[in-house]
Write a protein that binds this ligand. Structure first.
Ligand SMILES: [Zn+2]
Ligand SMILES: [Zn+2]
Length: 437
């Protein structure tokens, strides 16, 4: 009985990650079911038959955004780590609220139905599904993120989802003591030759120093972040540097879904890196509770403040959310600073700013804004860079073939060459491509 892999999304693109695994006659499982957040088709290709189970690596919408539609139409169970369930529910409800009524493809009830179909799993605990052995391993990307190992009929597959090998403030780097694998499906977001992440320490230092300079001269700082993962890293960085006296104590206003995600990070403390876990247990409070951190209740009051402050808000790529309101005020004053902190997908406003465009059109309202504030980028990445992707590949025993997913094509080509030089077989599957193992 052979295995057929179909790449339903995330093939030569970042977004709508979705891989179909046909296990001979035993059944069909999906690995992730995400949507596209930038330009291009929103949804993955529909599966080629009845789906028996959906397995989620983590809660980011490019991996989970299409799960309500899949679970509803196939009435299948949904497997993930406990934090992923809570986080993806939050992100899906937020997505729903931001989608105009006529464009919605799922309902509030569909999101609630996921709860009924959920099967919670843990790292490193094997279970059997449709005659396959499945194990989730820690991917080190965000809270609850996992790589998925599948063994069926003697063939072993590992799908990385999004991975990060280095420790961050909230989670430990990905596990490297993995079982031997024949086929590896690996993300390649930062697989390009020029993709070298500086150490987190360096990134944090520059980030804090740049902000300090702007505050010193009376300016304000706008930090657009992804609500899940990046927001928590940025907040803990700011809090820590204020506590140690490196950064001046000014108000940090938190707006958007970040507050809710912070709560889930605190509730699910068990899955955080041990240092943070122990701190939460010892202090018996959220690590995001701090005298200088304030939740925004009325946005108009904030923009009227004449003193320096920092706003940490969504969305990270500026394609919607409260950040657009702040952009109109903070972005139009040359004393201020906009600090982008994450990957900016092609076709998003964040990418335009990063590429130097200053006359921008706000999504939805169509308003035009001229950006006078300085724009900087901090590489707080939660993805492995090229060196680390290669290090991860080298750590895997018995590897026969590698499939690159979740990357822009130029970056994949760079990574493909590097893997090829090491004498390993590597492919860049195209959208909808079928591969028999
Ligand atoms: Zn992710
Ligand atoms: Zn992703």
């Amino acid at each position: 009985m052979s295995i057929a892999l179909r790449f339903l999304g995330g093939a030569r693109e970042v977004g709508r990650s979705c891989i179909e695994l046909e296990l001979g006659e035993s059944g069909r499982i999906l690995l992730d079911s995400g949507i596209n957040l930038g330009s291009g088709d929103r949804n993955p290709i529909e599966p080629f038959g009845k789906v028996d189970a959906l397995l989620l690596t983590h809660a980011h919408l490019d991996h989970s955004g299409y799960s309500p539609e899949i679970v509803k139409s196939h009435d299948c169970p949904l497997f993930s780590l406990p934090p992923t369930r809570d986080l993806s529910e939050l992100l899906l409800l937020d997505l729903l609220s931001l989608t105009p009524k006529e464009e919605r493809t799922f309902t509030h009830e569909d999101v609630m139905y996921l709860r009924k179909k959920e099967k919670l799993v843990s790292y490193e605990i094997p279970f059997t599904l449709r005659n396959a052995e499945i194990i989730f391993f820690d991917a080190g990307h965000v809270l609850g993120s996992a790589m998925i190992y599948i063994k069926f009929n003697g063939k072993r597959i590992l799908y990385t989802g999004d991975i990060n090998l280095t420790n961050t403030r909230t989670v430990r780097g990905a596990q490297l003591d993995l079982p031997a694998v024949d086929y590896l499906i690996i993300e390649s977001t930062y697989g390009g030759n020029s993709d070298v992440h500086p150490s987190r320490k360096k990134v944090e230092r520059k980030f804090v120093m740049d902000i300090e300079k702007v505050i010193e001269s009376g300016g304000k700082v706008l930090v657009p972040v992804f609500a899940l993962g990046r927001a928590q890293e940025v907040l803990l960085t700011l809090i820590d540097h204020m506590d140690s006296g490196v950064l001046q104590k000014v108000p940090i206003f938190v707006d958007g879904m970040i507050k809710e995600v912070n709560k889930i990070y605190t509730i699910h403390w068990f899955w955080l890196r041990p240092e943070l876990r122990n701190k939460i247990r010892a202090l018996r409070k959220s690590p995001f509770d701090h005298p200088y951190v304030d939740e925004v209740r009325d946005r108009r009051e904030i923009v009227d403040i004449n003193e320096p402050y920092i706003v940490v808000t969504t969305s990270g790529m500026l394609q919607g959310g409260p950040v657009l309101d702040y952009l109109k005020y903070i972005g139009t004053d040359r004393r201020n600073l906009i600090y982008l902190t994450g990957y900016q997908v092609k076709g998003t406003l964040g990418r335009e700013l990063l590429d130097g465009k200053r006359d921008i059109t706000l999504p939805r309202t169509g308003e035009t804004v001229h950006i006078e504030a300085d724009v900087k980028f901090a590489d707080f990445s939660a993805h492995a860079d090229q060196v680390n992707l290669l290090r991860f590949i080298s750590s895997i025993k018995d590897l026969k073939e590698i499939f690159l997913v979740h990357g822009e094509e130029e970056k994949m080509i760079d990574l493909e060459k590097k893997i090829d030089e090491r004498g390993l077989t590597v492919y860049r599957p195209s959208l909808g491509e079928l591969v028999r193992l």
